[in-house]
Design a protein around this ligand. Structure first.
Ligand code: DGY
Length: 326
């Protein structure tokens, strides 16, 4: 942990470890106090530092709610180092005149790569295959051994056609998949044509897709969007991929659906109660589960920290934030 007392320049509190390049940008913009342990910052330590903070740089594991804001009466800005900002009560920030920023764009490719990786892992049973060898189970090549599902010519249904959804569609189209999507509005005609993608209702997407990929933000309206009824409306040979946010899926209902062969499998990067994972998922061979690694590359995490820091630098210099949420 390191810190410096606020002087005449703005005090910037960084609530968790971020890459050094981001810290350097922040240090050029103000007085930085940064929590540098891997363990989460204790609330009393955080609140003591927030008491005279002008800016908070937060991670997706921070909850920026009324209690957080009450501890920070001078706060002018929350720079969340994530594209998702469901951890931030944006309305409460806006009501207090606090600017909120996020980090869109820089993690699009990394997250879409991970989503495509999960799609391939679960359809081709790669986790199962790895577990087989690691458990020293005797095996030999067999014509019918561990057959998976080919993706070419299969339909991918993307829920949420923002930047990450579109990047996922680009990858899947290159693998020969047909793309349908559900979104508040249609993407532009040139993008639809490039991807061979068409806008469909949620019902049509769920009932006709071989793979359903969740790429929408988490909000009240997407809470448990994929519940028992939605899972029941999917094909029994379909797969679900979630790299968005865990609570979009009713995890208990998903465990039932995977157990009862209501759907064929799931590839999950995010969980309803992170870091807890439903024990049913851990037991199931048709679930591929990884620990929220969507943006976890050295390059991407550096770019996320830099973008968050550049947002702070812009606001402290009196300029408009680069990627404002409110
Ligand atoms: C985000 O930025 O919202 C991602 O979930 C981080 O991996």
């Amino acid at each position: 942990m390191s810190g410096s007392a606020p002087g005449s320049t703005a005090k910037i509190v960084v609530t968790g470890r971020i890459p050094d390049s981001g810290l350097e940008i922040l240090r050029a913009a103000g007085d930085v106090w940064a929590w540098t342990d891997d363990e989460p910052i204790p609330t009393d330590v955080r609140d003591a530092q927030l008491a005279d903070a002008d800016v908070a740089v937060t991670l997706l594991t921070d909850t920026v709610d009324d209690a957080f804001l009450a501890a920070a009466p001078e706060l002018r800005m929350v720079a969340n180092v994530a594209v998702g900002y469901n951890n931030v009560d944006v309305a409460a920030c806006t009501a207090r005149g606090v600017t909120v920023t996020n980090t869109p764009g820089v993690l699009t490719d990394a997250t879409a790569d991970l989503a495509m990786g999960l799609l391939l892992m679960v359809t081709r049973r790669l986790g199962e295959g790895e577990r087989l060898i690691r458990s020293a189970t005797p095996w030999k090549w067999g014509m019918f051994m561990m057959l998976g599902t080919g993706v070419q010519g299969r339909r991918l249904g993307i829920i949420g056609m923002g930047a990450i959804g579109e990047a996922m569609a680009t990858r899947a189209a290159a693998f020969g998949m047909e793309i349908v999507y559900h979104n508040r509005s249609a993407v532009d005609a040139a993008t639809e044509e490039r991807l061979g993608a068409s806008l469909v209702t949620l019902e049509e997407l769920l009932s006709t897709s071989d793979v359903v990929s969740l790429n929408c933000p988490y909000s009240e309206s997407t809470h448990h969007l994929i519940d028992a009824a939605a899972l029941a409306s999917m094909r029994s040979d379909a797969f679900l991929i979630n790299t968005a946010r865990g609570p979009i899926v009713d995890e208990a209902a998903l465990v039932d659906a995977l157990r009862n062969d209501t759907i064929a499998g799931a590839g999950l990067d995010v969980f309803e109660n992170e870091p807890t994972v439903h024990p049913g998922l851990i037991e199931l061979d048709n679930a591929v589960i990884v620990p929220h690694l969507g943006s976890a590359t050295v390059e991407t995490r550096g770019a996320m920290a830099d973008l968050a820091a550049n947002n702070v630098a812009a606001v402290l210099a009196g300029d408009a934030p680069l990627t404002a949420v409110n």
